[in-house]
Design a protein around this ligand. Structure first.
Ligand SMILES: Nc1nc2c(c(=O)[nH]1)N[C@H]1C(S)=C(S)[C@@H](COP(=O)(O)OP(=O)(O)OC[C@H]3O[C@@H](n4cnc5c(=O)[nH]c(N)nc54)[C@H](O)[C@@H]3O)O[C@H]1N2
Ligand SMILES: Nc1nc2c(c(=O)[nH]1)N[C@H]1C(S)=C(S)[C@@H](COP(=O)(O)OP(=O)(O)OC[C@H]3O[C@@H](n4cnc5c(=O)[nH]c(N)nc54)[C@H](O)[C@@H]3O)O[C@H]1N2
Ligand code: SF4
Ligand SMILES: [Mo]
Length: 689
């Protein structure tokens, strides 16, 4: 073979998908002549099994897209206008270092907010760790990523002590699978193979969702309910189980706390009452309750969509009690899972150096950026470093966010791949690497594997890895602490440096060799392999910890705030749900021509009766509005949404819409019960234009 043909043959480099998706796929990049020419799912990865998804199949087009940012840019127009000029890295870093230093001198480091979003989930380049050492060293405000999963995580933890849950792969052994407020055929498709396997062995699959999603269409049974009423449904199902005497008494006795109290609570939710609260026929509730009572093992697969309501935390806390009552936790293929993130117990403190944070450093919630920029003082935010986030598109209360970003006295840096809605408000835009161009270490929230992403190609233009940008910035700022200059591989080693069983024997070398490793759990692994990390060491139906935090000590039903507000319903009769788009990942890909075309223009789906009442039909233009703002969309009429519910997918960039807004113009910044965002607890009216 000649040298030339060898180089054309292509080298294969293993990596992993960085996106905020439970599947964290393992992949292989084929490199020819220094260019990534093919990308495919790793065949030997037990969860990826050789496939990616509609969003990532042609990801390399996005990597080599003509609108990719390749050079640092400085704003020349007004904030939001989107006019920039090219500058050098030296000029950009000097300006950032100068501005940050003078802000620190005048207002203190807490006037800086590093706003790291969910664009990249890696420990090195993304949400889990990037830049933390620098910001902790300086003492910047702490950015709390509550926007996505916080409420459900806390709710789950009150009941179970941690989020672990069951290994999702084990649902292949289930006989009944409840997909509770999750739409995996869109949001994490790789679980579907395991569900299919279970179905071949006779499993019955139920989807519980106010929208008859793509997944619901494929299920054996679909249950539509009033948004935010899930905890009531959970209690109603438990009521049926207890009425049948089907609770697992010996499991409850040995493994749970507070059953006597909880049983009384459950008794308050007979099917008739639950039918009223949830809008589900009583017969359907009873039938599902009976099925749950008599089918072992049952798995409940849930994710984040269900908890984007005022009572979202309580909903997850309550749903999580079901396998404790049925005893499903003790069976392989039984239990429930929300996020598997807790299975991987690396040394996050060493990676992020959270120990460096000055005491009493304030924490600001990601979901309240608008408010944080406009109304928080002592000190007022003076610098915003946005990385892996597009709050102008993805955050609640878009108009407030934009008002905040437009502040002339705010110094904003955006580190991204594309000139997003948010980047238009930046003073400086910094171009950063994409996944085939940098190293990263990733865990998953939908499976039990850890992955290494080996750089496959050199970055285009002047793109720099986000880790490297922070190292260079630290240098410009004259900082000398050695931990600010550790290499990417050293950072990965810092995370892996732990005695915890989950990572025992897992080294960077081993990860590099195969691209992925299973965390140290046997296959099949029982749920909660280390027991329940609650104060009592048991599943807590009765939680003093919850009571101390100001919640009902027992799981209960906390209704959505706007959904049940009858006075508000007079003005805004429809509840708007803005779930995952099939073709975007949050706001990523809204600018990718192929996927934008498949997604089509922003649309609002209305029930036929709701549409008729407003004299709207397919293809009409409508405004969707409330007191917070409005966006415009093309109407689609379908009984896939409940009467009284409207649906418009998340992720559209305002500047690419004919009217510059998306669903988030109508969403409130309110916190849910346990501190998450309330994207679907949102009343609107829809009007013909
Ligand atoms: N294609 C694609 N995949 C994605 C994403 C994406 O944007 N696009 N986003 C990723 C991210 S960031 C996340 S967090 C995960 C989320 O993963 P999922 O939670 O599976 O996805 P969502 O679409 O947010 O919500 C799922 C479902 O919750 C329903 N829902 C809303 N309110 C309620 C309720 O009160 N009760 C019940 N039972 N259901 C309700 C919605 O109608 C929706 O169908 O998906 C990830 N995967
Ligand atoms: N209406 C509505 N809004 C929602 C939701 C909803 O259900 N409904 N869901 C919410 C959820 S679950 C989430 S998680 C949030 C997400 O909100 P964000 O975290 O703001 O996520 P994105 O909007 O996808 O923006 C991510 C940005 O990161 C960039 N990026 C990708 N990879 C990298 C990288 O390696 N380095 C850097 N520097 N940048 C990178 C992308 O180009 C993109 O511009 O959105 C929330 N918004
Ligand atoms: S977005 Fe999810 S399903 Fe698609 S490649 Fe990435 S991890 Fe896999
Ligand atoms: Mo998310």
């Amino acid at each position: 073979m000649t040298e030339q043909s060898k180089s054309f043959q292509g080298k294969i480099v293993r990596g992993a998908c960085p996106l905020d998706c439970p599947d964290t796929c393992s992949w292989e990049v084929t490199v020819e002549n220094g260019r990534a020419v093919a990308l495919r799912g790793t065949r030997d990865h037990p969860y990826t099994r050789g496939s990616l998804c509609v969003k990532m199949n042609n990801y390399l087009e996005h990597v080599y897209a003509p609108d990719r940012l390749l050079y640092p840019l400085r704003r020349v127009g007004r904030k939001g206008e989107g006019k920039f000029e090219r500058i050098t890295w030296d000029a950009a870093l000097d300006e950032i270092a100068d501005r940050l230093q003078s802000i620190i001198a005048q207002y203190g480091a807490q006037a800086i907010l590093p706003f790291v979003g969910c664009g990249n989930m890696g420990f090195l380049q993304g949400e889990a760790g990037v830049g933390q050492r620098l910001w902790n060293t300086l003492g910047a405000s702490i950015h709390s990523v509550n926007i996505c999963s916080r409420a459900g995580s806390i709710g789950t933890t009150y009941t179970m002590g941690s989020r672990h849950g069951m290994d999702p792969e084990q649902c292949r052994h289930s006989k009944l699978i409840l997909l509770w407020g999750t739409n995996p055929l869109t949001s994490h498709n790789h679980i579907w193979r395991f569900i299919t396997e279970a179905r071949k062995n006779g499993a019955h699959v139920v989807v519980i969702d106010p929208i008859r999603t793509r997944t619901a269409e494929q299920a054996d049974e679909y249950i539509s309910l009033i948004p935010g009423s899930d905890a009531a449904l959970a209690l109603g199902l438990l009521n049926v189980i207890v009425t049948l005497g089907a609770e697992d008494k010996s499991y409850i006795e040995k493994n749970t706390l507070g059953w006597d109290h909880y049983r009384e609570r459950i008794a308050e939710y007979p099917p008739e009452r639950v039918a009223e609260l949830t809008g589900i026929d009583k017969e359907k509730i009873v039938a599902l309750g009976k099925r749950l009572a008599t089918t072992r093992p049952t798995s409940i697969l849930t994710k984040m969509g269900v908890q984007r309501h005022a009572g979202g935390g309580m909903a997850l806390r309550t749903i999580m009690t079901i396998p404790g009552v049925t005893g499903d936790w003790q069976h392989i293929g039984g239990g429930a899972v929300y996020s598997t993130g807790d299975y991987c117990e690396g040394n996050f403190a060493r990676l992020s150096r959270s120990d460096l944070r000055p005491p009493n450093t304030r924490t600001l919630l990601m979901s309240q950026l608008g408010d944080n920029l406009l109304n928080v003082s002592d000190p007022l935010l003076k610098a915003l470093i946005v990385l892996g986030a597009n709050p102008a598109a993805s955050n609640p209360d878009q108009n407030q966010v934009r008002r905040g970003l437009a502040r002339d006295d705010l110094f904003t840096v955006v580190v991204d791949h594309f000139q997003t809605d948010t980047a238009d408000y930046a003073d400086l835009i910094l171009p950063t690497t994409m996944q085939p161009e940098h190293a990263d270490l990733l865990n998953a929230y939908g499976h039990l594997y850890l992955l290494w992403n080996e750089p496959a190609v050199t970055p285009p233009g002047e793109c720099l890895a986000s880790t490297e940008i922070h190292r260079r910035l630290a240098k410009r700022m004259g900082l000398t602490a050695p931990w600010l200059y550790e290499s990417d591989e050293d950072l990965a080693r810092a995370y892996l440096d732990t005695d915890h069983t989950s990572l025992k024997g897992i080294t960077l070398e081993k990860l590099k060799e195969q691209g992925w490793v299973r965390l140290n759990y046997p296959e099949p692994t029982p749920a909660y392999p280390f027991g329940f990390a609650t104060p009592s060491g048991k599943i807590e139906f009765y939680s003093m910890r919850a009571a101390d935090d100001g919640f009902d000590p027992l799981p209960s039903y906390t209704p959505s705030e706007e959904v049940v507000d009858q006075e508000l319903a007079q003005r805004y009769p429809l509840t708007l749900i803005s779930p995952a788009s099939h073709y975007f990942l949050n706001s990523i890909f809204a600018n990718k021509p192929e996927l934008a075309k498949q997604a089509g223009p922003i649309r609002v789906v209305l029930h036929p009766m709701d549409a008729a009442r407003r004299n709207l039909s397919d293809g009409d233009q409508a405004r969707i509005l409330n007191e917070r703002g409005e966006f415009r969309a093309v109407v689609a009429v379908s009984d896939a949404v409940r009467l009284g519910v409207a649906m418009s997918p998340k992720g559209y960039w305002s500047k690419l819409n004919s009217y510059p807004a998306n669903a988030n113009a109508t969403v409130s910044q309110r916190k849910s019960d346990m501190g998450g965002a309330v994207f679907h607890d949102n009343r609107v009216e829809v009007e013909r234009i």
